[in-house]
Write a protein that binds this ligand. Structure first.
Ligand SMILES: NC(=O)c1ccc[n+]([C@@H]2O[C@H](COP(=O)([O-])OP(=O)(O)OC[C@H]3O[C@@H](n4cnc5c(N)ncnc54)[C@H](O)[C@@H]3O)[C@@H](O)[C@H]2O)c1
Length: 312
């Protein structure tokens, strides 16, 4: 079985490629814009390509995947505010093109990474897939458009498909540079002996999901016998999340024993445009393809911190 992973040199993608390789032939397309060569598994077929490049169709046809996992994206909310055109091109148009290529090469199923950002300010917590979509950033908008274009491209084809809306993913391999995930930023800061800064009061909540659980969700969604494109309420979309809210203050407290840090955290001003609370209801994924998040936050934080330590 052959699985193509776009964005396979990135955080989630490289974790997925490592998990897939013992069982599958794995191909990676990545332009290395935010991913890195060190993340690339040497046993994976690899083409350094922008998903918007002309050559992508030929490369994917050469690899001839049975399954496509589309993770390549402009994944930064901040960058989407600076350059919304590029964000739209990569995330929306890029997804449409990968879907067209998946169809042309006769893939069986395509999974595409979406985000909690498609919902915007939550109207209820945890949010089901059918909740109102009101993105607050160009990134959220491009991800929502990507979901629509995926469906438009594949609805009348033999390719089954779904968009997986990831909550706040954390774990080994995450980049702490730029806006990074808060867990990565806190771990990297603590490892280097500095004091992390909490934006705002710290009372804001997020739904933190360990990258190994996200990889498990992708693998379950790939392998299920159940068709995903017509899986009922909320359309061909699945939250990949824990459904639980954790405040940033709690996260910081949980990291203390892990990092051996007893001093006070710093506090900075709240970030403009950040939503206050977030949690996505994961029950549809469990009911449809039998997946549940398994890694408790404390355990995930230990594994993540250890990874940042070994990295120096
Ligand atoms: N990390 C999270 O918390 C989170 C949450 C919700 C959704 N997502 C989505 O999950 C996916 C993976 O995210 P990640 O955290 O691993 O990000 P990442 O930046 O580590 O990985 C993205 C990968 O895509 C590659 N890429 C970017 N633009 C490309 C292009 N035009 N052509 C080819 N490759 C390109 C990058 O080089 C990188 O390797 C993205 O679609 C992201 O939007 C992530």
């Amino acid at each position: 079985m052959r699985v193509l992973v776009t964005g396979g040199a990135g955080f989630i993608g490289s974790n997925l490629v490592h998990a897939l390789l013992p069982e599958f032939d794995v191909g990676v397309i990545d332009d290395l814009s935010s991913g890195s060569v060190e993340n690339l598994h040497p046993a994976a077929w690899f083409r350094e390509l922008d998903i918007l490049d002309e050559g992508v169709g030929e490369a994917v046809t050469e690899f001839a995947p049975d399954f496509v996992v589309h993770l390549a994206a402009q994944a930064s909310v901040a960058a989407s505010l600076i350059d919304p055109e590029r964000d739209w091109a990569v995330n929306a148009e890029g997804t449409r093109r990968i879907a067209a290529v998946a169809r042309a090469c006769g893939a069986r199923r395509m999974l595409s990474a979406s985000s909690a950002a498609v919902y915007g300010d939550p109207v209820q917590l945890p949010l089901p897939e059918s909740a109102r979509k009101a993105p607050l950033s160009p990134y959220g908008e491009s991800k929502l458009t990507a979901e629509e274009l995926l469906a438009a491209e594949l609805a009348a084809s033999d390719v089954d498909f779904a968009s997986l809306r990831f909550a706040n993913v954390y774990g080994p391999g995450q980049d702490s540079q730029g806006e990074g995930g808060v867990v990565a930023v806190f771990c990297a800061t603590l490892v280097s002996g500095r004091v992390p800064s909490i934006f705002g009061t710290g009372a804001q909540t997020r739904d933190f999901i360990y990258v190994g659980d996200v990889v498990g969700a992708i693998m379950s969604a790939l392998m299920t016998e159940a068709p995903l494109h017509d899986a009922g309420e909320g359309g061909p979309a699945f939250n990949i999340s824990t459904g639980e809210q954790t405040t940033i203050e709690t996260l910081a407290t949980m990291l203390r024993p892990v990092a051996g840090f007893s001093g006070p955290y710093e506090h900075g001003p709240a970030r403009k445009g950040d939503i206050e609370n977030s949690a996505l209801d994961p029950r549809k994924a469990r009911d449809t393809f039998g997946w549940d998040a398994r890694v408790p936050l404390q355990t995930g934080l230990q594994m993540t911190y250890r990874w940042f330590q070994t990295r120096g």
